[in-house]
Design a binder for this molecule. Structure first.
Ligand code: SF4
Length: 253
């Protein structure tokens, strides 16, 4: 049996959220840059998945998009096959299979989906976080910059970071709209005056704004308080699940 570390109470950690301070304020997370073989594999896989994600709406099969999730017209195209509202029974079967698969997969392999394939992780850790490291440096330098007074260096770094984040958020916002209404419709919206298609223009702005908010500020809170899969982890994992955990016995007090 593992020896108990006298400096820690192995039960106490359950009483508080690591991302909330004692006074209830947000405890900002400064993750250190990661390196290693698995991180390299994750990076390669993220390139592949991001490439698929960004090309999905542009691929045409028999004159139709390869992927389309048009909830407004209730028309879904998955891998080139068209689904209408009358195909809902198929959707129910698919969802049931998906749910059982997800539960079994998580019980055995833990949070592999979260760490390797979820779009939230792909964008946060493989795109936005890397840009942040490039502009502001590793965790300690980011903390020093955030806690320090406003200087020319701080204004420039924060300004450049926000500008790059805004451009990428706009890209993701347009991508999501392309999945919802199709590439041609998005092209039409961006080539017209906003007043000619107000709903489309507001949709583009809203999605871009949401992504900017999530990846600039909300970050890991999306997994903690919004994502249903994240909230279910407590009941989906058991002692035999593969999980990356902090070893408080070996770690610092
Ligand atoms: S908790 Fe949800 S949002 Fe977060 S990584 Fe997992 S699936 Fe994605």
């Amino acid at each position: 049996m593992a020896k108990k570390n006298p400096h820690t109470n192995p039960e106490n950690f359950r009483d508080a959220l690591a991302t909330v301070k004692e006074d209830g304020k947000r405890n900002w997370v400064y993750p250190k840059k990661v390196s290693g073989i698995f991180y390299r594999y994750r990076t390669y896989l993220s390139w592949l998945l991001l490439a698929i994600l960004f090309t999905g709406p542009f691929i045409q099969v028999d004159g139709r998009p390869w992927l389309l999730f048009n909830i407004f017209e209730r028309k879904f195209i998955i891998f080139g096959a068209v689904f209408w509202p009358q195909d809902t029974h198929l959707l129910i079967f698919l969802l049931l299979i998906f749910m059982v698969f997800i539960i079994l997969f998580t019980v055995i392999f833990g949070r592999v989906w979260c760490g390797w394939a979820c779009p939230q992780t792909l964008f946060m850790e493989m795109v936005f976080r890397k840009i942040e490291y490039t502009i502001e440096g590793d965790a300690n330098r980011q903390r020093t910059l955030n806690e320090g007074p406003w200087s020319v260096e701080k204004i420039v770094k924060k300004g450049v970071k926000l500008l790059v984040f805004a451009i990428i958020s706009l890209l993701i916002g347009h991508l999501v709209m392309a999945y919802l209404i199709g590439v041609d419709q998005v092209k039409e919206i961006v080539s017209q005056q906003p007043t000619q298609n107000m709903a489309g223009f507001v949709g583009l702005l809203a999605f871009s704004g949401i992504f900017m908010f999530v990846f600039t500020w909300f970050r890991e809170q999306a997994c903690l308080v919004v994502c249903p899969y994240g909230r279910l982890q407590g009941v989906l994992l058991d002692d035999n699940s593969i999980n990356v955990m902090y070893d408080y016995v070996r770690g610092e007090p």
